[in-house]
Design a protein around this ligand. Structure first.
Ligand code: ATR
Length: 281
């Protein structure tokens, strides 16, 4: 941790924030890049969200991340919202731009970047199945649609929520919505399958959100969960020959984009990943 005078302050607001890996991840990057900055996690009760956001501006804070439960509510207290964050309907990164709070969502694009680090330009030609239709799915589907992939199919226990995500995107982004039975019968056609649900998350580590058999050859299975690091679904898919990417990918991806917006500097994502895995370990 920096003990010298920090020239810029960054932070995280959430409730709770005790288990967040963001302070360690960002402070380590400030050290690696020799930036005299500091990142602190602020536990902000929902009743005090407006005061916290206004107060940070008054104090000259340079930017902050937003986590559960403030990602939607914080939008009311910002000066400007980026277009992608507007479509997603949630903000996870705020930047002080000439005294104005500007809200972005780096979750989705951070996720796209993590996939690109694994399969590169192949992502553009990929048919993608997104399992789940909650907040994380919104971010992932929006970013994949804006990036431009071959096709996106959403499946969810509650099909109406998948329909809602399709509706929220501009009409020129064509999204397929399938119920679980129909999507499962087409499992062998997808190049990438991403689990955005909480199925398989600690403590329900034996549950799996999707099948791991009958996958397309070379399929990339991606889980947003990072507790446990390797979910049962990823383990089974890997045993059946699939490539896998765990939830650290998206976490690092969103953090890397936030870091870049705040500092103008490209962070070392390999080191960010190491730090997060160490912390989880
Ligand atoms: P997040 O913001 O992390 O995406 P969320 O908005 O609560 O969380 O969304 C949770 C997702 O996990 C939803 O797609 C949910 O399905 P429903 O929309 O049908 O509720 C899915 N999910 C949670 N538990 C599930 C379970 N046991 N089986 C299938 N899907 C589940």
């Amino acid at each position: 941790m920096w003990t010298k005078k920090a020239e810029k302050l960054f932070g995280l607001i959430g409730y709770p924030t005790g288990h967040s890996m963001s302070p360690t991840m960002h402070n380590e990057q400030f050290r690696v890049k020799e930036l005299p900055y500091y990142y602190h996690a602020f536990n902000v009760h929902p009743d005090h969200l407006k005061e916290a956001v206004d107060g940070m501006k008054a104090l000259g804070v340079s930017g902050f991340n937003v986590t559960v439960p403030h990602k939607v509510a914080v939008m009311d207290y910002l000066d400007k919202i980026d277009e992608e964050a507007e479509i997603i309907g949630a903000v996870n990164t705020v930047v002080n731009e000439n005294g104005q709070w500007v809200g972005y969502n780096t979750d989705g694009r951070g996720y796209v970047d993590s996939l690109k680090r694994v399969i590169g330009d192949q992502l553009k030609e990929s048919d993608i199945l997104v399992v789940g239709a909650g907040g994380a799915s919104r971010a992932v589907v929006t970013a994949l649609a804006l990036y431009g992939v071959a096709s996106i199919t959403i499946t969810n226990r509650t099909v109406a929520k998948a329909e809602e995500i399709r509706r929220m995107l501009p009409e020129n982004y064509h999204i397929n919505v399938l119920n679980k039975t129909d999507a499962e019968s087409q499992t062998s056609t997808y190049d990438v399958i991403v689990n955005t649900t909480s199925v398989g998350m600690y403590p329900h580590v034996n549950e799996t959100p999707w099948v791991s058999e009958g996958l397309k050859r070379g399929c990339l299975c991606s889980d947003l969960i990072y507790n446990p690091l390797q979910t049962r679904w990823l383990e089974e898919a890997a045993a059946n020959g699939a490539n896998t990417i765990n939830g650290v990918g998206m976490f690092v991806g969103q953090g890397a984009l936030a870091f870049q917006k705040w500092t103008g500097i490209e962070p070392d994502t390999d080191r960010m990943t190491e730090v997060v895995v160490e912390e989880l370990g």
